[in-house]
Design a protein. Structure first.
Length: 419
């Protein structure tokens, strides 16, 4: 797959233009030189405020940085009416700075309907985008104009809404999306012709594509992988077994550190049976688990992120990789923590104790039709490695300072969260 593609049409006299006007001429000049004659709004082009406002900004009033976009979203719509309405739009990231609206019109670029039956963007949609997406700087469409041919009034008003704001939203029309497919865009560069006193100009649009996801899904442990919170759990176990003396405390802490990823349900039963000689019933177990949660939950929420964790989560989610949390923390508590860290929109699902990690991996693979061989588990404990091994996923170990797990020599080990 190409890393860079053009989203602009090649200018030629054969290119269909708005209202079927003859907008491009390539004429002999002298020797081998050619004379080019073209209008400002021909082929893939950009509209700036002076297009609709007498004293509006012209193309040369902008710096180069204004035409570089790094939060690009693609809204693919199926239209039955003349205009894209707000209800036609899918979910759009709030931080989008360039929105591409794909109607599918590019598929008929050479047909007569492209110029005389085109669909546009309604004034209601323009107002909606302006009010809901504060970082939006430009909107592009694969139609020859945001004015629908059969009802131009709403499209003209949409021009005024986009271009009349204090922080105007520029308009790119007639985008060639034939090479885009299902790709995600990492960066978009719009390079217009800088011609003095112009209200718009043809432009070359260069899209830098995201690298395709290496995995269909990634399963993340939480403590020691997403947040540096292993010591929070260690301190809580130390506190809860303080009354039984230093010997028991030491045994509990040693076992806990060697068995990260093991659920607190299993640990409490093990510690009471092996170190205190007691078998505890479900009531006692739930009481211990609740006491433990009260000691750790807020501290985990406040714990620092592991280096690279947030960046990896964001970049993989942007590529379309399904992301999951699979933790030894109780499921409800883990979901609360994910929400509190404002990461819930990045994860497809969250699973925790009392179910084992391998049970969650199998369940999520079945529920979301995932091939385990195309998935990755990122963990910091042997329980994570075991879950990956029995389920058949790839595995990467994260060992941050304080991690004492000894992984097999065949395991890929990272000191930060990265692929």
């Amino acid at each position: 797959m190409d890393k860079y593609i053009s989203l602009s049409y090649v200018l030629s006299p054969q290119l269909s233009c708005y209202n079927d006007q003859l907008n491009i001429q390539v004429l002999p000049f002298k020797n081998r030189e050619k004379e080019l004659r073209l209008k400002g709004h021909v082929g893939t082009h950009i509209d700036v405020p002076s297009h609709v406002f007498e004293n509006g900004k012209k193309i040369t009033d902008y710096s180069i940085e204004r035409f570089i976009y790094r939060n690009v979203a693609i809204a693919r719509v199926n239209l039955t009416n003349n205009y894209v309405e707000p209800d036609d739009l899918p979910d759009i990231p709030r931080d989008v700075d360039f929105l591409i609206i794909e109607t599918g019109a590019w598929k008929n670029r050479q047909g007569p309907t492209y110029t005389n039956e085109n669909q546009g963007i309604s004034e209601r949609t323009a107002a909606y985008l302006c009010s809901h997406f504060p970082n939006l700087k430009a909107v592009g469409i694969d139609s020859i104009s945001i004015n629908a041919h059969k009802d131009k009034a709403s499209g003209r008003n949409a021009h005024k809404i986009f271009l009349g704001r204090e922080k105007e939203i520029l308009i790119v029309e007639d985008m060639d999306l034939s090479r885009l497919g299902a790709s995600h865009i990492q960066q978009l560069i719009v390079a217009p012709l800088f011609v003095e006193d112009c209200d718009g100009a043809p432009c070359q649009i260069i899209a830098q594509l995201e690298e395709p996801p290496k995995y269909d899904a990634i399963f993340f442990d939480w403590d020691g992988v997403i947040t540096d919170s292993v010591n929070v759990k260690t301190d809580a176990f130390c506190e809860m077994f303080r009354q039984y003396g230093e010997t028991v405390q030491h045994k509990v802490m040693s076992h806990h550190l060697k068995n990260g990823g093991m659920s607190r349900y299993e640990k409490f039963k093990f510690y009471y049976r092996e170190y205190l000689g007691e078998e505890i019933d479900d009531g006692k177990l739930q009481e211990l688990v609740q006491q433990f949660s009260s000691l750790v939950k807020e501290k985990v929420i406040c714990a620092p992120f592991v280096q690279g964790a947030v960046e990896t989560i964001q970049s993989e989610a942007k590529k379309g990789t399904k992301l999951f949390v699979v933790s030894g923390t109780p499921t409800g508590e883990m979901k609360d923590i994910v929400r509190a860290r404002r990461l819930e929109n990045f994860f497809t699902d969250v699973g925790g104790s009392p179910s084992k990690k391998e049970e969650w991996v199998r369940f999520f693979c079945e529920k979301y039709a995932l091939d385990a061989e195309k998935c990755l588990f990122i963990g910091d404990a042997m329980a994570d490695f075991h879950a990956a091994a029995v389920c058949g996923t790839h595995f990467i170990a994260v060992k941050i300072p304080g991690c004492t797990t000894d992984f097999p020599v065949s395991v890929t080990i990272k000191t930060a969260v990265e692929l």
